[in-house]
Design a protein around this ligand. Sequence first.
Ligand code: C2E
Ligand code: CA
Ligand code: CA
Length: 416
Amino acid sequence: MVQARRDKDHFALLLADLDNFKTVNDTLGHAAGDDLLVEVAKRLKASVREVDTVARIGGDEFALILTRIQGPEDAAKVAAHVVEALARSYRVQGLDITGGASLGVTFWPGDGDSADALLKNADVAMYRAKERGRNNYQFFTSDMADGVVDAMRIESGLRQAIEAGELAMYYQPQVSSDGRAVSAEALMRWHSRELGWVPPSRFIPIAERTGLIASLGDFALWQACRQCLAWRERLAPDFRIAVNLSAAQFKHEGLVERVATVLHEFNLPGSALELEITESVIMEDVARGQSVLAGLKQLGCKLAIDDFGTGYSSLAYLKRFSVDVLKIDKSFIDGLDEASDDVSVAEAIVSLARSLGLDVVAEGVETAAQLEVLRRIVGDYGYLAQGYFYSPPVPAPEFEQRFPAFRQLRLVGEHA
Ligand code: C2E
Ligand code: CA
Ligand code: CA
């Protein structure tokens, strides 16, 4: 900064975070992780000029300083180049590995007047890039800073949300191929007195970062079990509720005991609960993942892989992990009613499930046409479908009221 000020110059600071370094480290070992870092460093150096600076500032975080550049367009060019260079596959210990990185870009002057501020803002931009689907770069903008302030208001609101009675679980039916709602996914809703409705996609990540997820997760489990007991009495004796487990919950030491305690409290068998986890959460720490899943399995709980097909998973592990259900991600269901690649992807996932003996749940089914294609793909294997076609997530009393109608809707769909 001192130098740029003296030379009346501009520079850009780029922060790059590798998208699946941890997975490589955990599944292939640290030597493989080291190899990957070395290769990344080489590619970074090759992507910039000799006057620029490349540094490794953390486990899998790299910073680049581009000096003497004219303006943001130059920084954008380099950023795109870096993203492209890091996205090419890597040869590590004889294996081809998909790489990829997310980049945050800040510009001086403008985006911060201290090294700390610049780095912090680059970090914010980098997270934004990650949220937008990885393998891309984002410039820092001042409204991202608003997002940071927002996060603080969300955090403080969330701290008292349970006590204030602002949280509720909504339920979305999962309907079998013969038209019965055999289970429901429990989805959290927060209506804050101060902020209004805050979507889970906004507050769950904040709850994870701040540790608040522990009490939110307990709330979800407790509510779901209470509801399941009531519905086993009133709707169907084998009714099941699926609860989402976040990464932090999954990593927490006491998870299995926690689930056991809640089941015990309501005198429910483990089969009343299905636990949904994403691929990447399991793959982050394979050894631990396996033992936690085994523990949950021993309680009798069903285990589902959420958003299947969007993350990184080792097919070899799928079998070992004693998973029961693959939830086909909504992004693949979306295109089922058009002539799109989604059909082939869905077919591949179904045949994988079939050969491993896993149940299939299709999420985000919105139209009768999508359901029709799904039925054709699955054939006689059977599936559960979940989506706005049947019902959005609704409060428990409404779910109960509409329960018999989920079936009629199915019939309407069939004739549509
Ligand atoms: P998810 O687990 O993938 O949940 C499915 C999301 O898709 C839900 O969004 C649901 O409302 C939405 N959805 C269902 N059917 C359709 C459809 O036909 N069309 C469209 N466009 N969307 C549909 P929601 O409730 O906003 O939840 C978002 C995410 O937040 C969830 O994604 C889950 O990852 C997280 N989440 C929600 N509740 C909880 C919870 O209690 N605990 C944890 N750990 N995470 C939760
Ligand atoms: Ca889910
Ligand atoms: Ca999902």
